[in-house]
Design a protein around this ligand. Structure first.
Ligand SMILES: Cc1cc2nc3c(=O)[nH]c(=O)nc-3n(C[C@H](O)[C@H](O)[C@H](O)COP(=O)(O)OP(=O)(O)OC[C@H]3O[C@@H](n4cnc5c(N)ncnc54)[C@H](O)[C@@H]3O)c2cc1C
Ligand code: SF4
Length: 574
């Protein structure tokens, strides 16, 4: 391609979509280079019934898969060792399988005995196609973790600087939620009215209030009123499979169409970026990619390059961008590219509410509401824990779902009829989701020998959960059990170990931002210290994994940083 674009953006998910939106609005000619493809009419099929899909939507694992031993407590059976198969399929089914990568081609490695589940979407819109749209602000304490617990680092900016940008982002993407009755680590934002409760939510909300928690509906980027030409949610309950009407925020539904309407967006799909190219002065000149289907190598040139390939892949592209000027990879004079990979911590307790057994079957399976318990540990001196640092939230959910059986088994015939009549609609889950702990020993490097199907060296991922995550999970489990019992319910099972590393799909922090160019990869605006016309716009620049749910912060930070870039370019400062 001989054209020189103003900006080349790699990736079209949360970060890339927002960067394309801001830049095209500012008048820039932009190329978005995206490893995946997408056909909205064909790919989003969430209004089909499960039994119309392959194998009645009972998902068959990717034949190339990995396993991990973990522990689980099941009432009546006690604690058991379990083998979990992991290829990302916990989030997959035949509605959304085509968004996710096949491990066979999109390889990566990890050290023996320390598996990592790297869940990746390769599609226009990235993981926002399948995300659950939990859209949490991170409050003041999350931006100053070092000041509070003496561990890690503070971000280069305080919450107060981010708050107006959060508001702008929420107004743009549409977030429904209700306001907390007191300020916590998860402040309320610019919300439209929340979704309704179903019976399980109402019971659990009451129980949580009685126990004394601050409890609201979790903010979700799923609109409940018409918004910027998008129709409101109709509660089909299929958010993880895409949302063809655009009620759930996705990059492909809410940002890219607006960018395209300016006439300044060129989308290059099925283009797997191998490296960022540089000139003799060390400035980025564009990217080199391999065509996903023809395997031909091509280049796209631009005056500025924005990397939004998501945290691990952005580090991989930088580390693969070696040259005489940058022998250790691009933007890596600090040696920090790939370091401090951090990932959220989560676990869940499941049970049932006998008072809801045998109730009238109503069409509530699509109520995509989630009851959220705001952080209650480590939010001030009074609540400081001796067992772990940082904070977590809890979600509570349940109701009439589709497919499978109430205890997760596949059932047929009389058994499923009997069980559906009796217990369906009474199941409940309490899920804890919280901060991981950044650690320089958790990192991404390029594997010296393994390449992917396109001949590009793959990422080797090192991430271990430590005692902090175990302490947090114990606390989550204890409170989850207490909540189900406070609601008059029975606990069925819970995890006793943190989830497989990576399973929470909230990877961040491989190219952290900070003022000191010897310690950080980018400045406070996401611009690489070593290469000023290169900007990172995804979770790679995050200094911590916040309270959990990073995507609203990725969108907000990108809006802020790319607006800054556009202003600096206008002033000829970059
Ligand atoms: C099932 C599921 C549920 C989730 N729920 C939530 C939630 O409730 N709340 C929350 O905050 N977050 C949630 N997430 C996480 C959320 O989706 C991510 O945080 C967010 O999408 C990250 O944005 P990103 O732009 O960094 O990456 P992505 O959205 O993954 O976008 C990266 C893009 O880059 C492209 N790309 C990657 N490598 C290359 C390359 N080499 N060349 C060219 N293009 C490339 C990819 O194809 C992709 O389109 C969820 C994710 C999943 C999968
Ligand atoms: S429940 Fe609402 S937001 Fe989710 S897929 Fe259906 S219409 Fe979209």
């Amino acid at each position: 391609m001989s054209d020189i674009f103003d900006v080349v953006i790699v990736g079209s998910g949360a970060g890339g979509g927002m960067a394309a939106f801001v830049l095209t609005q500012a008048g820039a000619r932009v190329a978005v280079v995206e490893a995946g493809g997408h056909n909205l009419d064909r790919d989003i099929r969430h209004h089909q019934w499960p039994w119309e899909l392959r194998y009645r939507n009972q998902y068959q694992q990717d034949p190339v898969q990995m396993t991990l031993k973990t522990k689980r407590y099941v009432v009546g059976r006690g604690e058991t060792d379990e083998v979990i198969v992991f290829d990302g399929s916990a989030h997959r089914n035949y509605y959304n399988d085509h968004f996710f990568v096949k491990f066979r081609d999109w390889r990566y490695t990890y050290p023996e005995g320390s598996p990592y589940r790297w869940v990746r979407a390769r599609a226009i819109g990235g993981k926002t196609n399948c995300w659950d749209a939990g859209a949490l602000r991170w409050g003041p304490i999350e931006w100053k973790p070092y000041s509070y617990d003496g561990f890690g680092i503070d971000w280069p900016m305080p919450y107060e600087e981010m708050a107006p940008w959060y508001s702008k982002t929420e107004r743009l993407i549409g977030v429904a939620g209700d306001k907390a009755d007191r300020m916590t680590a998860t402040p309320s934002g610019e919300f439209m009215p929340p979704q309704a409760f179903n019976c399980v939510h109402a019971v659990m909300h009451g129980a949580a209030k009685r126990v004394g928690y601050t409890v609201t509906r979790e903010p979700h980027a799923k609109i409940t009123q018409p918004h910027n030409g998008r129709a409101p949610c109709h509660y089909c309950g299929r958010c993880g499979q895409g949302c063809d009407m655009g009620a759930k925020f996705t990059s492909v539904g809410a940002l890219l169409p607006v960018a395209r309407a300016t006439g300044r967006l060129t989308l290059i799909p099925n283009a797997i970026v191998r490296e960022v190219s540089v000139d003799g002065h060390g400035r980025a000149t564009g990217v080199v990619y391999v065509d996903r289907y023809t395997y031909q190598e091509r280049a796209v040139r631009g005056r500025y390059v924005v990397l939004s390939a998501s945290a691990i892949e952005t580090a991989r592209i930088l580390l693969n961008s070696k040259s005489n000027l940058f022998p250790d990879g691009l933007a890596n004079s600090s040696g920090q590219v790939g370091r401090n990979l951090v990932e959220d911590t989560a676990c869940s307790v499941s049970g049932s509410l006998p008072q809801l057994e045998g109730r009238e079957v109503v069409n509530e399976d699509g109520y995509q509401c989630d009851i959220m318990i705001h952080p209650c540990v480590n939010i001030d001196e009074k609540t400081r824990s001796k067992d772990f640092m940082r904070r977590y939230i809890m979600h509570m959910n349940g109701g009439f779902g589709m497919g499978g059986g109430p205890d997760g088994r596949v059932m047929f015939g009389p058994e499923i009829k009997e069980s559906a009549r009796r217990v369906a609609g009474s199941g409940v889950s309490v899920t804890g989701a919280g901060c991981g702990l950044e650690d320089p020993n958790n990192y991404v490097e390029v594997d010296p020998t393994v390449k992917d199907a396109w001949g590009i060296p793959v990422a080797r991922i090192h991430l271990k959960n430590g005692p902090n995550q175990q302490g947090m999970v114990r606390d989550m489990v204890r409170r989850g059990i207490e909540l189900i019992e406070a609601a008059g319910g029975k606990v069925n099972s819970y995890s006793t170990a943190p989830a497989v590393a990576g399973a929470n799909i909230h990877e961040q922090g491989t190219c952290r931002m900070g003022d000191d160019l010897k310690k950080f990869v980018t400045n406070r605006w996401g611009q690489a210290h070593d290469v000023p016309n290169l900007v990172l716009a995804d979770g790679s620049i995050h200094c911590t994994s916040g309270i959990t749910n990073p995507t609203l912060t990725i969108l907000t930070m990108t809006m802020r940083n790319i607006t800054h870039l556009a202003e600096e370019v206008r002033k000829h400062n970059v």
